[in-house]
Structures are given as C-alpha cells and as structure tokens.
Design a protein around this ligand. Structure first.
Ligand code: RRO
Length: 332
C-alpha cells in the first residue's frame, strides 16, 4: 500500500510551453513544417537531446539548445547524490559506444539549480529521474515540476543499475504503481523510457499507457559487454554496460514499430539516430519525435541543426510537408 509523499503540492505547471516558432521552410509551392507535438508539449522541431549526454549542467544544455535541439532531456537524477561506477565507464567500439556510468548525478536538490537557470528558454526541458519505488519517483517528479521542468521522463530502463532502471521497468505491477502514482502527483506530462532488454516490451508499453503515462520513449541502451583479449578481462569496470549508437538503430526502430501497434499515446524514438534519414525511419515506425545521444559525439553538437536540415531536404525531395504525414507511414 502506498503512502502519500510528504511534500508541498505541485504548482499549476501543466507542462505547456510557449512555442518559439515552428521550423518551417518553403521550396517552390511546398511548405515544409517540421514542428511536432507530444501531448501538450510543442516542439519547434522533432530532435531532442537524449538523457546522459551534454546535460551535466545548464551551460551544456543551453549549448545544445543553441545548436538547434527542439527539446532537452536532463541527466537521470535521483534523490541523493551518487558517484557512479569506477573507470573505465565509457568505451568506443567499432559501431557504437558502450557505457556503464552507474547513474552519476548530484542529487535532485543541487541539480534543480541548473534547471532553474534554463527557465527563460522556450525549448521544453524534460527532467529524467530514476528511483526504486513510487514514493521516491513522485518526490523527484514533484521537485522537477517545481524547478520548472515541462515534463518528466521516468528512467525505468538503465540496463546495469542495481535496484533501479531495468529492475523496476521489467516488473509490470511495480511499473503500473509508479506511473499512476507519479501521474497523481504532478500536472506536467509523464514520459516513460523503456528497455529493449525485455521479452514483454509490448505488454509493458500497454501497462504504461493504462497507468496514464503521456508518452513512451523507446529505447534505452542494449545490454552488452567487451572483453580485452590480452588481459582476458571485461573492459568496463562494471563488466557489462549499455550499447548505443548506429548499431542499435534497427533494434530501436523495431521496438517503436511493435509498441506503435499496441498503444495510442505518442512515442519518442531513440537509439542510433545519426542522420535525418534515421529520424525519418523512426517517424515511419510510429515516433512523433526522436532523441539524439551518441551522435552528438560522432557529429558534434551541431548535429541537431544538421539533422533538421537533412529531414527537411528529404521531406522536400519526397513531397511531405508535415511530420504528421510521416508518423506511422510504415503501417499504411
Ligand atoms: O548512468 C548510466 O550508466 C546509464 C543510464 Br542512467 C541509462 O539510462 N542508460 C545507460 O546506458 N547508462
């Protein structure tokens, strides 16, 4: 049985954001508008910064906004500060990046100061949070809302965090309890980030929708490892970690496609998106927006502007004028 969190009531923040201006361009008679919506959130373009990269503080997040990101997802934040795992925590492999950072973060109260510094921006800020139970999740979500976040993203999918992440996100009853409890405590939209490392992904997506979530973010990293042949030892200090980057794009697209057939709430695609055409593939699978993480490393921070230009060029060449026309096109 859940106890109510002892905390001041949420403010009237509904997550609705002042829209900057849609990213619209003209080509002859064709007007290409790449703005999109996720529930009440309005994005000038469909590229979002994924959690865990360039989101340590307000300065790095502002830089991603300046480079064209249509929305920002923060680092995953917990109740208490946490050091994360010992080094090495990140390794570049041939086709992607392997990490086991171990949820390093300064804790919600300190990180809240960074979110407050972004209050003037019209780009939506989505607070990523992790916890082990519904009470903790609700406490974190309420604080994110109070600090000015336009939505929260529940991280129930980190593949290598004891007591957190995947351990929470693979238990349907616990996940239902968490999502409905958080929904009860905040007025901003609640997104849930799911893992590809489970067999019952579609059932979990339906559980998330039934619990009242506003959107599903698919996918977190794929559980993986790398062994050093010379030392015969796993390279990551944590031994196993999560794989991201180009190699996982077909996995992410498949997950979005499967979930899209089972739920009505909006989907946000993430996993290996490096080019405009990668984003378009996710839209066709059913995503309304995409998150970009590893590609910030591969193509630099300007990747958001570049991917948006590539999306617009592809849409012009193929005579699409809105993102809506592309969403779920693979099902038509
Ligand atoms: O911090 C991490 O090690 C981490 C997290 Br929170 C996550 O969600 N996914 C991931 O690959 N690494």
């Amino acid at each position: 049985m859940l106890t109510s969190v002892v905390f001041p009531p949420p403010s009237l923040n509904t997550g609705e954001n002042d829209f900057i201006h849609a990213d619209i361009s003209r080509c002859g008679d064709l007007v290409v508008d790449i703005s999109t919506t996720i529930g009440p959130l309005r994005l000038k373009n469909p590229t979002m910064l994924a959690s865990g990269i360039m989101d340590e503080d307000a300065g790095s997040m502002q830089r991603m906004i300046d480079c064209g990101a249509g929305a920002i997802v923060t680092k995953s934040i917990g109740v208490q500060p946490r050091d994360g795992y010992a080094n090495p925590t990140v390794i570049e492999l041939d086709h992607g990046i392997l990490n086991a950072m171990g949820l390093p973060n300064p804790g919600i109260d300190l990180y809240g100061e960074e979110i407050k510094k972004l209050q003037a921006t019209k780009v939506p800020i989505i607070g990523s949070i992790y916890a082990a139970d519904a009470n903790e999740f609700a406490r974190l979500a309420e604080k994110m809302q109070r600090f000015g976040a336009n939505a929260v993203e529940l991280n129930v999918s980190c593949p290598h965090a004891k007591h957190y992440g995947l351990e929470v996100g693979s238990d349907p009853a616990l996940l239902h309890e968490i999502v409905s409890f958080v929904k009860h405590h905040v007025s901003i939209p609640v997104f849930v980030k799911v893992s590809p490392n489970i067999m019952n992904l579609v059932e979990m997506a339906q559980t998330i929708e039934n619990a009242g979530a506003d959107a599903i973010v698919a996918i977190n990293t794929v559980k993986a490892m790398k062994i050093d042949l010379e030392t015969t030892r796993p390279l990551l200090a944590n031994k196993t970690g999560g794989y991201s980057g180009k190699a996982i794009k077909p996995i992410g697209v498949r997950c979005v496609y499967d979930i899209a057939q089972a739920v009505k709430i909006p989907l946000i695609g993430v996993g290996g998106i490096t080019t405009g055409e990668d984003a378009i593939e996710y839209f066709m699978a059913g995503a309304s927006a995409v998150q970009i993480g590893s590609a910030v490393y591969y193509r630099g921070p300007d990747v958001f502007n570049v991917v948006c230009e590539e999306i617009k060029t592809w849409m012009k060449d193929h005579e699409y004028s809105t993102i809506t026309e592309l969403i779920g096109a693979a099902f038509q």
